[in-house]
Design a binder for this molecule. Structure first.
Ligand code: MN
Length: 424
């Protein structure tokens, strides 16, 4: 099936301000509610949200054979469950309806009024009921930085790292959408080598700049998804802030890996940008040496050029951008991650979320965590208001943004913005 929704020449009859994250070539999916209305599926277009339940009710989506209740849902899972051919046809249909040369909906002012809301008037919600959440560790620069700081600069990468997309199973229940504040976690730490552990609020609270992908239905338990099949099982992507308590992490992570240092919160951007919309932004990934085992080999470009940034906004102050990175730096791509995740027969389901791991680039200003940016707290950052940061303070808001841009088309992710409140 063609992806005519990606046509770079297409313009919408809905006004889209220049520089918008949401031109007609994007059409990301989310869950929203307008005043006095139930939650439902929406699609972002410029500064508007298209009400898909409204479009369905008025008969504009009849040919797709999707039950109306799928659109009148408080999560995207029901839609994602229908698979790629349905969501691709739906995105094409929405694109047609809102294309400048199409009068079908444009010509009915009453219907237009019924299905279009201003983004400023609605509330966005958690878009997915996340089934299982997995976090990878797929940036070579990040793994090298962490290995250099905590182990041995000469052997920064552990022996398995260049052979396996290393990952762990995380916690789905505490993944929240942008705008939901989080409380500083508390727990066990061991600040002094030769003294017993202590208990208290985390002192080294950090963000991790990541992206996550949301899966379509997978295969039966026992079957595997190959790298060439992977894209048929990936619905879309969002920005992902994998909050981390570095002092808790350091004490607890041996031998089974992260636990309470990670499971207190992760934050995502509310719009899921489809993998279809990102198709034009594929690029070649980094060279992989040594060559991975055959099940991890892949053909064609599987990396994506997506510019990423992180800002810190202290309370009653102005924002300072502290990191500029790019999703294309990832050593292991999503197809390899999914192939590895399922090679043992592990079954994935519609609405699972697989995060990339911290996305660090080669330069100091592209590191995707405060741990790396302040080099374990030894090199504090100075913010625009003159204050210094080694890690994240109470009252700080951390904001992540991302977009891909090519041939005059910008596909943006909006942002994930999270305020840190004191320990409860
Ligand atoms: Mn992480």
């Amino acid at each position: 099936m063609d992806i005519r929704a990606n046509d770079p020449k297409r313009k919408s009859w809905v006004d889209v301000p220049s520089g918008s994250d949401f031109p007609i070539q994007n059409l990301p999916f989310g869950i929203f509610s307008a005043a006095n209305n139930e939650k439902r599926i929406g699609v972002a277009l410029g500064e508007k949200v298209i009400d898909l339940a409204g479009l369905s009710q008025l008969g504009y989506l009849t040919d797709l054979n999707v039950e109306h209740s799928v659109f009148l849902s408080d999560q995207l899972n029901g839609l994602i469950q229908l698979g790629k051919s349905t969501t691709r046809a739906l995105r094409n249909r929405i694109s047609d309806l809102f294309a400048a040369d199409n009068n079908e909906l444009k010509g009915n002012a009453e219907h237009v009024k019924a299905v279009l809301h201003n983004q400023s008037d609605i509330k966005l919600h958690m878009p997915i009921q996340v089934g299982d959440y997995t976090d990878f560790y797929s940036s070579k620069e990040h793994a090298t930085n962490v290995g250099t700081m905590f182990r041995d600069p000469d052997n920064a990468l552990l022996p398995n790292w260049l052979h396996i997309p290393v990952g762990y199973h995380g916690r789905a229940s505490s993944i929240v959408a942008s705008g939901t504040p989080i409380h500083r976690p508390k727990g066990q730490q061991k600040p002094k080598e030769d003294e017993p552990p202590v208990f208290g609020p985390c002192k080294l609270l950090d963000f991790e700049l990541e992206m996550a992908f949301v899966t379509y239905p997978g295969k039966e338990m026992g079957d595997s998804i190959s790298t060439s099949e992977a894209e048929d099982h990936i619905f879309g992507m969002c920005l992902f802030n994998d909050w981390s308590a570095r002092d808790i992490q350091k004490w607890e992570y041996v031998p089974l890996g992260p636990f309470l240092a990670k499971n207190f919160a992760s934050s995502i951007s509310p719009w899921i940008v489809t993998l279809d919309a990102l198709e034009p932004f594929k690029v070649q990934g980094p060279e992989q040496d040594p060559k991975p085992l055959p099940y991890l080999n892949y053909e064609g470009n599987k990396s994506y050029d997506i510019a990423l940034e992180v800002g810190i906004l202290p309370e009653n102050s102005e924002e300072t951008v502290v990191c500029n990175s790019n999703f294309k730096y990832m050593y292991w791509n999503m197809a390899q991650q999914l192939a590895h995740h399922t090679v043992n027969g592990c079954n994935i389901k519609a609405g699972d979320m697989l995060a990339s791991g911290t996305i660090s680039g080669p330069t100091k200003d592209s590191f995707g965590s405060m741990l790396e940016l302040s080099w374990k707290g030894t090199q504090p950052l100075t913010l625009k208001d003159g204050s210094e940061r080694k890690f994240i303070q109470d009252g700080d808001t951390v904001i992540m943004r991302g977009h891909a841009e090519k041939n005059g088309v910008k596909i943006g992710f909006g942002e994930v913005s999270t305020k840190v409140l004191p320990t409860k």
